[in-house]
Design a protein around this ligand. Structure first.
Ligand code: AMP
Length: 396
């Protein structure tokens, strides 16, 4: 049943290799969005697991079944979501697509021609883009009347100046698309828009946003726009992540392949799934687990994680020409006061002074009153950002 003052609903899908996250937003007549359902379909060794939460985070459904296979699971998900709409008119479906290449710099409505073009981008992000596109193709086939919009995780970084996008390779490689793109764009765009509301002056200045989750990156923003970021051609570069290595001397790759005999596939698996916090600790990719464990390797992994963030903060602050604000977001950034404290303790030279009580309490502003840099925690919401784009993109 549609509530008073609502014009319809927007569904967002964020499809990865083993899960599809979704959300349903109500769109009020004044355009305001309200998340009405959030959930996930996840495939694990045992089969499929489907969970849905309501507007206040209450668990509404938690089902598991043995069936596997993408089409069957997606069909199950769509049928369930039809029910979850409770009669609301579906105004459109928004999708996160990890890589837009150089040519896709804003959200776009899906057409058969666009789908073909995006298919050719899969080679830029072979572990992600095919998963992102699969539900779009399936919905276009089985529900051709529904409007679909794609939102690229690279698009927010379109404002990076050319100097920040270039590798020092012969220029012909740049023409073939080998350049820095940056990722986590939907998260940074959301955080930037929130910052414009809660702290317009800082938003207008020089800000570093740190998206610290299982994937992790940082972005230097000036006037709310991306100026530089730690991820590059792929989402492997930059910070230490849950299972990804972050910045690595390319010479080490050559060595691994030449002298350790690793194949391309083995190297890919090593860098994406066996490295990062998991590789360093030999215990877990999960920061919560590492903070609880007493083994020296757990502490050492956390130390490298923090070290790289501090190092990249110096680099981004130099590119920005100073620092007015620092924003923590994503799983670790939002929930791990100990990590925030350890990072801030090493940024005193930049004018960062933490308020330990505010940090421990999870306040929105965690810097002390006399801190030169305003430090905030802003929970990210990539789904809300996708829904905003679906709402705002004029129908073609
Ligand atoms: P995300 O990818 O944004 O969902 O973030 C996942 C990461 O956040 C994992 O490493 C979790 O261990 C970490 N995380 C979530 N909650 C906490 C917490 N309370 N303390 C420390 N780390 C946390």
């Amino acid at each position: 049943m549609s509530g008073a003052g609502e014009t319809g609903a927007i569904l967002t899908l964020n499809a990865g290799s083993s899960s599809i996250k979704f959300a349903i937003f109500d769109v009020a007549t004044d355009g305001a969005l309200r998340a009405w359902r959030r959930g996930e379909l996840r495939e694990d060794g045992a089969g499929q697991r489907f969970r849905v939460k309501g507007a206040d985070g209450e668990l509404l459904a938690d089902e598991a079944w043995a069936q596997s296979g993408f089409e069957a699971s997606l069909e199950h998900l769509l049928a369930r979501l039809d029910g979850e709409l409770h009669g609301r008119h579906l105004a459109g479906i928004g999708h996160r697509v990890v890589h837009g290449g150089a040519g896709h710099r804003t959200p776009e409505e899906v057409t058969p021609e666009l789908l073909d073009l995006l298919g050719s981008l899969a080679e830029l992000a072979p572990l992600h883009v095919p998963h992102n596109l699969a539900p779009i193709r399936e919905i276009a086939r089985t529900r051709p009347g529904i409007r679909q919009v794609v939102c690229f995780d690279t698009a927010f970084h379109r404002t990076m100046p050319a100097v920040a996008t270039r590798f020092a390779l012969p220029r012909e490689f740049e023409r073939r698309g080998i350049r820095r793109y940056g990722f986590h764009g939907l998260s940074y765009e959301y955080v930037s828009r929130r910052l414009a509301v809660v702290s317009p002056q800082v938003h207008g200045g020089r800000v570093i946003a740190a998206h610290l989750g299982n994937g992790a990156s940082m972005c230097g923003l000036r006037g709310g726009e991306s100026l530089d970021t730690t991820m590059g051609f792929t989402a492997l570069d930059g910070l230490v992540m849950g299972t990804r290595c972050g910045a690595l001397d390319p010479g080490a790759l050559l060595h691994l392949m030449r002298w350790e005999g690793l194949s391309i596939d083995e190297t890919e698996r090593l860098l994406y799934t066996r490295a990062g916090l998991l590789g360093l600790s030999g215990i877990s990719n999960d920061m919560r687990v590492l903070l609880e464990r007493a083994e020296p390797a757990a502490a050492e992994a956390v130390e490298v994680f923090v070290h790289r963030i501090v190092r990249e903060t110096g680099a981004l602050a130099s590119v920005l020409g100073g620092l007015d604000g620092f924003v923590f977001t994503a799983g670790i950034g939002e929930n791990a006061p100990e990590i925030r404290e350890r990072i801030c303790a090493r940024l005193g030279w930049l004018g960062v002074r933490l308020d330990p009580a505010a940090n421990a309490a999870g306040a929105q502003v965690i810097s002390a009153a006399d801190s030169v840099v305003e430090v905030r925690v802003i929970p990210t919401d990539e789904e809300a950002m996708i829904a905003e784009h679906v709402r705002d993109l004029p129908a073609s």
